[in-house]
Design a protein around this ligand. Sequence first.
Ligand code: E4P
Length: 209
Amino acid sequence: MRIFLDTADFEEIKAADKTGLIDGVTTNPTLIKKSGRDPIEVYQDIKDLGITDISMEVTGDLNQMIEDGNRLNEMFSEVITIKVPMTVEGLQACKYFSEDNIRTNVTLVFNAAQAVLAAKAGATYVSPFVGRIDDQGYAGTEVVRSCVDLLRRTNTQVLAASIRSTQRVVRCFYSGADVVTMPPGVFWQMYKHVLTDVGLDIFEKDLIT
Ligand code: E4P
């Protein structure tokens, strides 16, 4: 059960990483834009923190994705996972990098058929977007479960993404996800239960010193 943070906010990553429970980070162009920073600087900071698996997204046509992916790999080879979109050219890029033993993450996956193709292209991870599937009125975690079942005999792992609540984190792990990537807010929420707070209050009051 691996936990990734889904953010490009370095201060948030630093704070959560101190817990020792974070296994990786996923970013995307929207999250980088939100950080207001240069992507290379963000990746460098995350790498310097000691995070060993960082998804960095490439976009554009096949040549562009290959060019950008190779450039990023030259800078971040020890930690990079190249994130490509679930498109014809995205999967061609995925195959190209996978054949070079570079980790890949196929993003924007919304059903099991897409996950099958991503696995065929040698993806290290496929990312079903649970929250966005839920938004369409379907059960995102059922898509996670189908992906897990179908990919069992491959080397492709299921990385559940687009997570908006702790309940979805749990359901994704129940459904067999190898990794769940979540916003920092959801990660911190996982520690919480009102009865933990109440119980701790009582223990602290009763403590004989
Ligand atoms: C996946 O890796 C994406 O970065 C992310 O999970 C998208 O989530 P959203 O639907 O909250 O934008």
